[in-house]
Design a protein around this ligand. Sequence first.
Ligand SMILES: [Mg+2]
Length: 174
Amino acid sequence: MADDEKVKNEALQMMGQYQNLPRLVVFDLDCTLWPFYCECCYEDDPPYLYPEARGIVYALKEKGIDMAVASRSPTPNIAKAFLGNLGIQSFFVAQEIFSSWTHKTDHFQKIHRKTWVPFTSMLFFDDEDRNIDAVSKMGVTSILVDNGVNLGALRQGLTEFTLKASSSHRSMNG
Ligand SMILES: [Mg+2]
C-alpha cells in the first residue's frame, strides 16, 4: 500500500539522521502494534495494525535492525495467529508472549538470552507505564505510546536512545 511505503520512507529518512541506532527494537502488541486486546478476539478475526505501524516495521527491517515482541497477552495463540495473518511474524527474532506477574522484566531476560543484545542497545515501545518503568530500570530505552506506534513515537524513541547513549558514554569517560 502506498501509505505504508510513504511511512517507511519517512522512517528511513528519520533513522538516517541519528548516529546511534538501537540494535533491537521491541514492541508490545495490544494497544501498541494493534489497537485492541487480542484476548477479546477470535483467532480467525481479521487483524489490523495502527496506521503507521507497518511502515515502521518495514523500515526497521530494511535498515537491518532486529525486532522482537514482548507481550503479556494471556492468549499467545491468537497473538501469533494475528502476526502470521498480518504477514509480519517472520520479522521478529524473538516473540515472548505470555502472561506474567512481573512487568515484562522476565520477557526481556528471555529476549536477551536469545539475541545477546545488551539492554542498553534495545529500544522498547509499550502502552503501559508499569512496563515502561520496570523495563527502563534494566537499561532499555523505553517509550510510552498513547496512540500506538507511529512516526512521532519512533522519533521520540530514537532521540531518547541517542541521548542515553551519549550520556552513558560521558559517564564512562569521567
Ligand atoms: Mg499493551
